[in-house]
Design a protein around this ligand. Sequence first.
Ligand code: 5GP
Length: 188
Amino acid sequence: MKLLKERILQDGKCYEGGILKVDSFINHQLDPTLMKAIGIEFVRRFAATNVNKIITIEASGIAPAIMTGYLMDLPVIFAKKRRPNTMKNYLSATVHSFTKDRDYEIVISSEFISSEDNVLFIDDFLAYGNAALGIHSLVEQAGANLVGMGFIIEKEFQNGRMLLESKGIKVESLAIIESLSNQQIKIK
Ligand code: 5GP
């Protein structure tokens, strides 16, 4: 996706440990026009699936997921990183965050996912694939079908795609980063 790649090269910043900061248009300040174009591209890539529900993780996945859900006219559910006391029936999985170097739980209410669902996961980044694996586990626990996973940015050198594809998951990324070495963003 040309527009996205140009924006990453223009405004993205490299940090130690293979982290890309895109705070001025994806992770903190948001660019709705770019986000709309991202939604349109996800719709195009997953149009041939029988998706009936979009799933994401709070917080940064919500913007691209809601754009995609809006354009497909489908409900969007986000996995929460903290379980509300009022949530009694839920599914949970443990995810390791490499950016924060800690484990956290993700939960979704059993009310909003069932074996009838064909779910598409949308998120901002694919790095090692840990968040995606957590979602894969929630979808499996619900007995639902995972139609695919769409990421705005994939960091190819962290190999998350290999892990997901080895589980038979269809993976689509709108921008693939080959390397962030020497403070230089190299995009495929
Ligand atoms: P993974 O679970 O695939 O290792 O990492 C995915 C999650 O970690 C994403 O949901 C994203 O929030 C965060 N993340 C991973 N790498 C980066 C990065 O380079 N920059 C930012 N801003 N977030 C990242």
